[in-house]
Design a protein around this ligand. Structure first.
Ligand code: LMR
Length: 328
């Protein structure tokens, strides 16, 4: 169970950067699923830890648990509401049990690039999404970028028909299920830590993810190249429990807000470079990266457009308009 897992990991292994908190310091456990180095989320979490532990020394102390060692994304929010973990930054696809508003981020080919995503998240419509789960006890503190998603399988994918009949791993989002249904493929929800094994053994044939995740998890090793589709976005929300947050001393809440804000801006500004480095590392490892012609890309756009209509009631027309406006 997640609790056994939490006890053995937290109590047993030493995690880099967790030097031990001093008595009297309030501990913030930050749990995430990606690798800790060369990854947008891993680096941002480490920087957050470093700054809190320096600037709030004696008051608060953050411990970071990467690589799903404490919780998978499907368990971490429950654990947060129980008070077993205080912060996390799950992908925006992993809040399905708490709100349908965040489904906007899974609309295929909605955002042209990560700058458009950034503009939308900074807009009033985007910022209001940080508060879309307060009725469920979850408070959003910031958005963190990873990047645009790329597509791969155990064979080349250039036009939508290439994906037909193949099994694809998707994150826990009904929009993503609809995307692959629309292609005539077979989507399968699966937690991040299981994907490599599933691709390797043929439980699934393909996947979609950012360059940094494809590199960090070595998915390219068990796929026939990667197609540069940029067909969607994979970003994160830094979340905490409203109860824990509201119980903090004013001074601590103020300092945490400032540090989270500064770390978010700094790391979000660096993310494009990190994704490009991951892409380059995949190419250097000998994996083929395939580019789409404008005509091929348009085929994917056309094939997937019906998904928007189906999920617009969940996100609201105004939110969709604000997201589209962020492309200009
Ligand atoms: C995934 O499950 O593919 C991602 O959400 C993992 C992550 O946190 O980047």
């Amino acid at each position: 169970s997640s609790n056994d897992n939490a006890t053995s990991s937290a109590g047993g292994e030493q995690v880099a950067g967790n030097d031990g908190c001093d008595p009297g310091e309030q501990v913030i456990k930050f749990s995430h699923v990606t690798n800790s180095d060369k990854h947008p989320k891993g680096i941002a979490a480490s920087l957050l830890q470093e700054r809190i532990n320096t600037e709030m020394d004696g008051r608060m102390c953050m411990e970071v648990y990467p690589s799903s060692m404490l919780y998978d994304d499907d368990k971490v929010l429950e654990a947060m509401l129980l008070g077993d973990v205080q912060m996390a930054a799950p992908s925006l696809s992993k809040f399905e049990n708490y709100t349908t508003k965040l489904r906007i981020f899974n609309f295929p080919f909605l955002f042209e690039n990560i700058d458009a995503v950034d503009r939308f998240q900074s807009s009033p419509a985007g910022q209001s999404l940080l508060n879309s789960m307060t009725d469920k006890g979850l408070k959003g503190l910031a958005f963190w970028h990873s990047g645009m998603k790329q597509l791969s399988a155990d064979r080349p994918l250039l036009v939508p028909a290439d994906a037909k009949g193949l099994k694809f791993r998707v994150e826990n989002s009904d929009v993503l299920v609809a995307v692959f249904d629309q292609l005539g493929a077979n989507p399968q929800k699966m937690s991040f830590s299981e994907v490599y094994g599933a691709l390797q053994t043929g439980v699934v044939d393909g996947q979609e993810n950012t360059w940094s995740n494809i590199y960090g998890q070595k998915f390219y090793e068990v796929q026939d190249g990667i197609t540069n589709t940029d067909h969607g976005v994979l970003d994160y929300m830094v979340v905490t429990s409203s109860r824990w947050w509201d119980g903090l001393k004013d001074e601590d809440r103020r300092d945490l807000t400032r540090i989270v804000g500064e770390v978010s801006t700094e790391r979000n500004n660096a993310v494009k470079e990190l994704e490009q480095q991951a892409r380059q590392s995949i190419a250097d490892a000998g994996s083929e990266i395939r580019e789409l012609t404008p005509e091929q890309r348009q085929q994917w756009v056309n094939a997937l457009r019906p998904v928007w209509q189906r999920f617009t009631p969940d996100v609201g027309v105004e939110t969709l308009k604000a997201a589209q406006a962020a492309n200009q």
